[in-house]
Write a protein that binds this ligand. Structure first.
Ligand code: E4P
Length: 218
């Protein structure tokens, strides 16, 4: 399973990259705003800065919600760097835009997926990735992982090349369960990735090893 970091924070992206397990980045307009990035030129410069740090795909979301606007914005974003994946919302005009970009060989990430039907539509339109938001489903007392499971079955039934990008990941158990189900990618915060490597018995065991070594070596 690929690990994407879900942030527009350059320091965190750099830290995850240095950890050696990062396969890409996802951003959204809220995450860009959180970093105080505004204005077309600044937004584009920020995407370029992210691309300079990571080796893999970088999702950059369009703001337009009409077909022509999405095409114009998406083409501009895709021209910034070959790592850019145009992120498009799951709306009717978005499905048309997914098909357009797919025909042109430009990578896409269909965002705001909350049902298997939406994922199927995006896959049929040729999306590179679909992003089911599991944390936001959990927030409304619906098991987000059930959705990942259902999409996995559908995509496998028909050999869709579209990758399942489990999004809105909030904690390490989400990551483990997505891996068990067979999500192709997960995107989450650095804290959830780092939580995967922690275990109290590891800390206790290491402390004991170092203590015994110190005793033996004076
Ligand atoms: C996905 O691409 C989104 O940026 C993201 O995962 C949303 O997560 P949130 O529900 O924690 O905002």
């Amino acid at each position: 399973m690929k690990f994407f970091i879900d942030t527009a924070n350059l320091a965190q992206i750099q830290e995850a990259q240095e950890l050696g397990v990062l396969d890409g980045v996802t951003t959204n307009p809220s995450l860009m705003a959180k970093e105080g990035i505004s204005g077309d030129a600044n937004v584009k410069a920020h995407y370029k800065a992210i691309c300079a740090i990571v080796d893999g795909d970088v999702s950059a979301e369009v703001i337009a919600t009409d077909y022509e606007g999405m095409i114009k914005e998406g083409e501009e974003l895709a021209a910034l760097d070959e790592k850019i994946v145009v992120k498009i919302p799951m709306i009717k005009a978005g499905v048309k835009a997914l098909k357009y970009f797919s025909d042109k060989g430009i990578k896409t990430n269909c965002t705001l997926i909350f049902s298997a039907g939406q994922a199927l539509m995006a896959a049929k339109a040729g999306a590179t990735y679909v992003s089911p938001f599991i944390g936001r489903l959990d927030d409304i007392s619906t098991d987000g992982l059930d959705l990942i499971e259902s999409i996995r079955i559908i995509f496998d039934n028909y050999d869709f090349g579209t990758e399942i990008l489990a999004a809105s990941v909030r904690h390490p158990m989400h990551i483990i369960q997505c891996a068990e189900i067979g999500a192709d990618v997960m995107t989450g915060p650095l804290s959830a990735m780092e939580a995967l490597l922690k275990h109290p018995l590891t800390d206790i065991g290491l402390a004991k090893f170092l203590e015994d070594h110190a005793k033996a070596n004076g």
